[in-house]
Ligand binder design. Structure first.
Ligand code: KIV
Ligand code: ZN
Length: 519
């Protein structure tokens, strides 16, 4: 029997806290449900003490997700731990994940504490968390730059205090596989009670080695790997879930382990995350990039036609990339559309089908053949629009060479309709200026990307934007056959996210004020 590697997904915590990846509670819930379908073992849903928004998201995920353990992060203090458990209490399987730095660099410069003080704080934190819940994970932040004897001492002490999982992060992505593997092996050899806990690893990708380090760790005794979908996370990101899991699946000859991940849900998870965050996946990204399974060179195509084994080490189907057996077009009915979505793994409610069918017919009027990628773009657009406050009703642009462009825009927020116009340096700029006049939100566009979802003159284009409102970056995404419309819808999504963050912030402020009053 091959050893199981527990997959601890931190997309919604370490991933979400990186710039440009923020999600609101509804978006996090959607992602959490997808992670449940992906069959990860643990979903780290957030850092409850960090903000009211984080608290709410962890609580809602704890209530909704029953198939996985739900973890909440806390520093090694009673205040943090209480807040984490308050959010996690509804989970079927709650886990408190508490951490403190253990490297001398962090002790001296950040914590200004001695090793003895940190040891004592760690033990107290784990013992306190253990009174609230059975499952307690303890992380030695910056473990890969910590003194190995001190690490062993602290690990033994927290296991005695009740830690069920001990995590050794490579917080700054400094490790290389050989050293990291040796660190895990040494801990297994030296810590007397190590068999009473699961050893976990958490690697950052600053040197591009996060997945390699995680593999070295499991080869030396680690049995939990912390990772994120698309490898998102602080700075250069975390170990990519899809790369790690597919390495196990593709190389059982040298990696005698298995995970419970349903690999056919990988592509869907990747797409959903990139739509929710607006963080595009690079074309050549392993496993989920647009080029990951496309063979361009003639010699490769020839080989693939003769036998896929010549140039393909895993199939696109194994990660959930499916090819259409049915081409949909203008004459396709609701039934065919529903069936195709089911084949792609989505069961639509009658209301969802109604909404999507309307958008489908609109697209089919412009485009002869509707491909799976188009359908996914419609679906993601649709879900995204559910909670937006401003939506586009109509758009008219006048543009040309040597003249300033003008845009006339009508927006609605569900209650009222707003019409305004503006000029700009090109049609998109003019439309963005008109949005600014209506919403009264001044944004600074820092990133703007268009990529075609399919091919041909009638292809659907996806637009991704990053906009700074009041010093905070918000992303937006939309798909349309018209790039100006897509650009406006993407920008509106960023605006709506900024507005919803603003109202969450206001309620955080109220909450903080109430707490202060209560003291
Ligand atoms: O990178 C890190 O050290 C972390 C810990 C909080 C687990 O994210
Ligand atoms: Zn991290």
């Amino acid at each position: 029997m091959k050893d199981k590697i527990y997959i601890f997904d931190t997309t919604l915590r370490d991933g979400e806290q990186s710039p440009g990846c923020s999600m609101n509670t509804q978006e996090k819930l959607k992602m959490a449900r997808q992670l449940e379908a992906l069959h990860v073992d643990v979903i780290e849903a957030g850092f409850p003490i960090a903000s009211g928004g984080d608290f709410e998201a962890v609580r809602e995920i704890a209530k909704a997700v029953k198939g996985c353990t739900v973890a909440g992060l806390s520093r090694a203090t009673t205040l943090d731990i209480d807040r984490a458990f308050e959010a996690l209490q509804y989970a079927a399987r709650p886990r408190i994940h508490t951490f403190i730095a253990t490297s001398d660099i962090h002790l001296k410069h950040k914590l200004k504490k001695t090793r003895e003080q940190v040891l004592e704080q760690s033990v107290n934190a784990v013992a306190y968390a253990k009174k609230l819940t059975r499952d307690v994970e303890f992380s030695c932040e910056d473990a890969s730059r910590s003194d190995i004897d001190y690490l062993c001492q602290i690990i033994e002490a927290v296991i005695t205090a009740g830690a069920t999982v001990v995590n050794l992060p490579d917080t700054v992505g400094y490790a290389i596989p050989q050293d990291y593997g040796t660190m895990i092996r040494t801990i297994r050899e030296k810590v007397k009670n190590i068999d009473r806990a699961i050893l976990s690893v958490h690697c950052h990708n600053d040197l591009g080695l996060a997945v390699s380090n995680s593999l070295a760790a499991v080869l030396n005794g680690a049995r939990q790997v912390e990772c994120t979908v698309n490898g998102i996370g602080e700075r250069a990101g975390n170990a990519s879930l899809e790369e790690f899991v597919m390495a196990l699946r593709t190389r059982p000859d040298v990696l005698p382990f298995h995970s419970d991940v349903d690999t056919e849900e990988i592509y869907k998870s990747s797409r959903l995350l990139s739509t929710l965050t607006g963080m595009m996946v690079q074309r050549n990204k392993a496993i989920v990039g647009a080029n990951a399974f496309s063979h361009e060179a003639g010699i490769h195509q020839d080989g693939i036609i003769k036998s896929r084994m010549t140039y393909e080490i895993m199939t696109p189907e194994s990660v959930g990339i499916k090819h259409s057996t049915l081409v949909l077009g203008k004459h396709s009915g609701r039934h065919a559309l529903k069936k195709r979505f089911e084949e792609l793994g989505y069961t639509l409610t009658p209301e969802e089908l109604d909404n999507i069918y309307t958008e489908f017919t609109r697209l089919a009027d412009k485009k002869k053949e509707i491909l799976d990628e188009d359908l996914m773009a419609i679906l993601n657009n649709r879900f995204e629009n559910d909670e937006t406050s401003f939506t586009l009703s109509s758009l008219q642009v006048m543009t040309g060479t040597g003249v300033r462009s003008t845009a006339v825009l009508e927006l609605t927020d569900g209650k009222e309709t707003y019409v305004d116009s503006a000029t700009g340096d090109g049609p998109v700029d003019a439309a963005y200026n008109a949005i600014e006049r209506i919403t009264k939100l001044n944004g600074h566009l820092v990133d703007y990307n268009i990529k075609s979802v399919t091919w041909g003159g009638d292809a659907v284009g996806e637009v991704f934007v990053k906009v700074i409102f009041n010093d905070v970056v918000f992303t937006g995404h939309a798909a349309s056959t018209d790039i100006v419309t897509g650009s406006v819808e993407a920008y509106l999504q960023a605006v709506n996210r900024a507005l919803s963050a603003k109202s969450a912030k206001t309620s955080d402020d109220v909450m903080i004020k109430n707490q202060a009053n209560a003291v």
